[in-house]
Write a protein that binds this ligand. Structure first.
Ligand code: BT5
Length: 250
């Protein structure tokens, strides 16, 4: 990435708190106060964890809930690559700590089989076309037990998948180390796009895409652009670039 000086080498600073509303809210406040990039907040639990579009993120003790601040000198058009970066680092951490191969799902999930293991939330601040900072949240189900609750059908955790419990801090440390490697590679000019797209759900499948304020779109998920748009070909052979939405695999 252009414009980075050696002084901006990745130096994570980790703050751990017991219980917060949402780690995103705290980090956004710190970002506004000019906190430096690499600041990471990990909470043991959240009382108002959130996903996209004001959806809630179930955050009891036992999961990993973190937000991190990045200030990469990239155009806003490349901001989705930060979701790719964070997803890949979370996949690395799951492999390193639990020996589990999670896969990314467009636009911001990690899956184990068909179940959601983790979600990534990006909140951006920009100066025109330039990104000022990104506050990126990761919620990763480590020892969470969804029991017979409402999420049992759609969610999973490292413990549910393996029958073993894991040290949440060890998962966090593995994530932060992997993120540092990925971010250094991105700074050196590499894009996380290929690694992320390689195993991305739902490429190659028939899907229905739900977008706010628009009718559902059915078609085949053909590809994903380097900037993160999902390319869906509908049944009339029209190719759509989808920037935001929810995908259901038919
Ligand atoms: C996401 O949103 O997947 C992004 C989640 C980001 C959460 C992290 S935790 C740390 C940081 N601080 C925050 O406040 N947030 C971030 P989305 O794609 O909109 O998915 C939300 C949906 O996932 C919900 O509507 C539920 O259906 C489902 N869900 C909620 N909690 C879940 C959980 N623990 N595991 C799996 N799925 C869950």
């Amino acid at each position: 990435m252009e414009g980075l000086t050696p002084a901006s080498v990745w130096r994570p600073t980790v703050i751990r708190l017991q219980r917060v509303s949402s780690t995103q809210d705290w980090m956004r406040e710190w970002a506004r106060m000019d906190a430096r990039e690499g600041l990471i907040l990990i909470a043991r639990e959240q009382t108002a964890g959130r996903g996209r579009l004001a959806r809630s993120w179930e955050s009891p003790p036992g999961g990993l809930y973190l937000s991190l601040l990045l200030r990469p000198p990239i155009p806003l058009s490349r901001a989705n690559q930060l979701v790719m970066l964070v997803s890949l680092a979370a996949i690395d951490a799951c492999r390193a700590v639990a020996g589990i191969a999670a896969r990314p799902k467009w636009p911001n999930d990690l899956l184990l089989g068909r179940h959601k293991l983790a979600g990534v939330l990006t909140e951006l601040e920009n100066d025109g076309a330039r990104l000022r900072y990104a506050v990126i949240g990761l919620g990763l189900n480590v020892n969470n037990d969804f029991g017979n609750g409402p999420l049992a059908r759609v969610a999973t955790s490292l413990r549910t998948a393996t029958g073993r419990s894991f040290d949440v801090n060890a998962v966090a440390d593995a994530f932060i180390a992997a993120l540092g490697r990925g971010y250094a590679a991105m700074r050196a000019g590499a894009s996380p796009h290929h690694a992320w797209a390689r195993e991305l759900e739902p490429l190659g499948r028939r899907v229905t895409v739900y977008r706010q304020g628009q009718p559902p779109l059915s078609g085949r998920a053909e590809n994903v652009s380097p900037e993160g748009a999902l390319l869906v070909r509908d049944d009339s052979d029209v190719l759509h670039n989808i920037w935001a939405g929810d995908v259901v695999i038919d």
